[in-house]
Each structure stands twice: as structure tokens, then as C-alpha cells.
Design a protein around this ligand. Sequence first.
Ligand code: URA
Length: 218
Amino acid sequence: MGVMHIPGHEHQGPREVSLDEVRSVLGDCRRCPLFETRGNIVFGTGNPRARVLVVGEAPGKNEDEQGEPFVGRAGANLNGVLALAGLERSDVYIANVLKCRPPANRNPKADEVLACSPYLREQIRSIWPDIIVTLGNPATHFILKTEIGITKLRGRFHQMGHFLVMPTLHPAAALRNPAWQRLLEEDFKMLGEYLAEHPSRATGEAAGHSDALPRLED
Ligand code: URA
């Protein structure tokens, strides 16, 4: 398996903070203008000790209404490809870069990402997964600190400090493009193979050690 090493991510390690604590610091967030138009904050959902963290872009309409990530058509597609990896939704943790819906689902703005990203960073430090799956360009660019397009990055794992990052296509985009859907499915099968071949944590170390974490606030 080709693994690309990403330098410069030797900063923060895991932290003994619960997701509930992170959520309570977020509170009724007004740190960016999206609070004015949101219905619900969509913090994240799933297994707080997940081996796999799935990171999307931002809540859409259904997510904004229900307060849960990936509950619309894209969510059904995500559930389907997770199954290809031998995973149920409840096995993984699912969160977004932005916790509030941008109006008309426009792309996240830089200042919104800046305001919101400390919460994703703390979620990552709390969960301390082995693998971070990034869905689509905004999530991938944010986590991998690159502007390279997702179609060039997908199809392999990228080592980033402690984490293996698997960038892949966004399940909503894949619904509009059958070729992308096949690539999305291929990637999740690759994830399933990796998990089957590596039944314990990727590095063989327990959580709570001094591995690196990307500076997600950058
Ligand atoms: N798209 C995303 O990126 N995240 C969601 O939660 C739903 C759709």
C-alpha cells in the first residue's frame, strides 16, 4: 500500500477530554455569522472511541433540521459505502469541518473554518482515531493542508503524524457522477481491507501517547 508522509504535523497529541465537554464549550455558538441562519448546530455523532473518524464539509438542509450529520441522501450513500468497509455508522464517528449549515449549501468560507476548526481539532484529540476519512475537497484540503484536488489524492492513504488519512470523494458528489461513485466504493473497500489486515490500532500503540496531531487551527 502506498502511504504518503505529510511533514510538519508534529504538534498536539491526544487529550483526555470527553466529547460532551467539547460540545459544552461550543455551547450556543456565535463565533461566526452562520449562527444567524442555522437551524441546529451539528456537532457530530457516533462512537467516541472510534478507530475511524469520517470528516465531511458542513451540514446540509436535512442535517441542519435534525442536528445530525449525514442524514440525507448523501448520508444514505455514506452508510452504504461504510458497509463496504465492514463498518456500521455506529462503529465510526462522523463530524464536519463546519458545525453549522452555510446558506444554500455554499462552500465554507475561510473565516468560518477558522472559527469552527478548534472544535473539530478537539474532537480529533478526544477520539484519537487511527484513520481519518475526509470526504470531498474542503474536508481534505483542511485536514491535509493541501490544495491538490481530491481526484489526485484519493485511492491511497496519507500518513500524517499518528493518523492515516484516507481522502475520498464526497458521497453527495458521487451521487451525481457514477464514475465517482465507483471510486468512492473502491476507496471504502480499500479501507475495509486495511482494517481487516490491521485489526489493532494502526501504530500498535494505545491512545494517549505522544503521537503527532495536525495543527487544525492553521
Ligand atoms: N454533507 C456534508 O459534508 N456533511 C453532512 O453532514 C451532510 C452532507
